[in-house]
Design a protein around this ligand. Structure first.
Ligand SMILES: [Ca+2]
Ligand SMILES: [Ca+2]
Length: 214
């Protein structure tokens, strides 16, 4: 009789463990959408610009989106030694205050501190643009250090780029003066930016920025 009682307890405990396992895994998300470029896109909602010789204008592209109703269009003219950039996240120049953060404005849809970073291994974004060529994707870590991975964009249709964090390397050409250059990814990442690198005129589109589990 005692064996049967114990058996019940063992089965009950095993069932509890199995349920807890599925509950915990169901609660985890395999990706988190941090930006989809909805609403107004401009100086109040993003940090973007160029060197004096080059130019960049941004606007919402209502006819083309994969997440929500619009994407961001970045129309640029890049000179050989110039730069153009478009960034969103925490700690960027926003309403004359680099420390301002506003959900869905210059900031992401989710504050970096609210993201469970141990659950994610890669940065993911949809990009498109005929003849755009090289596009540097930068992530800024908690110490202000800039991490870079370069992709190649040359499609009229959307291409999904999923870049493992391990494939980002420390940006060598420039780093913020205040950055802690320890060559180590300090979580959380606080902002991302896109920089087309091939000189000339072009138009780059982006949508669906996520952090994903591989
Ligand atoms: Ca969108
Ligand atoms: Ca670092």
């Amino acid at each position: 009789m005692k064996i049967y009682e114990n058996l019940h307890m063992i089965i009950g405990t095993a069932l509890l463990i199995v349920c807890a396992y599925y509950y915990i895994n169901a609660a985890r998300k395999d990706s988190i959408l941090v930006e989809s470029f909805e609403g107004k896109i401009g100086a109040d909602t993003a940090d973007y610009g160029s060197s004096p010789d080059s130019s960049l204008t941004v606007k919402a592209a209502a006819k083309s989106s994969r997440c929500g109703r619009q994407s961001v269009e970045m129309k640029y003219d890049l000179k050989p030694y110039g730069y153009v950039y478009f960034a969103k996240g925490y700690g960027l120049y926003h309403r004359k205050d680099v420390n301002a953060w506003s959900g869905g404005q210059s900031g992401w849809l989710v504050h970096p501190d609210k993201i469970s970073w141990k659950d994610y291994d890669a940065f993911s974004v949809l990009l498109k643009g005929k003849n755009v060529g090289k596009v540097a994707i930068d992530l800024k870590d908690a110490g202000g250090e800039m991490w870079r991975h370069t992709v190649h964009v040359d499609t009229k249709g959307w291409t999904k780029f999923t870049v493992p964090f391990d494939d980002f390397s420390v940006r060598r050409d420039w780093q913020p003066e205040s950055a802690d250059l320890n060559k180590y990814i300090d979580y959380p990442f606080t902002s991302f930016q896109f920089e087309p690198k091939n000189p000339g005129a072009g138009t780059l589109y982006a949508d669906c920025v996520k952090f994903v589990e591989l």
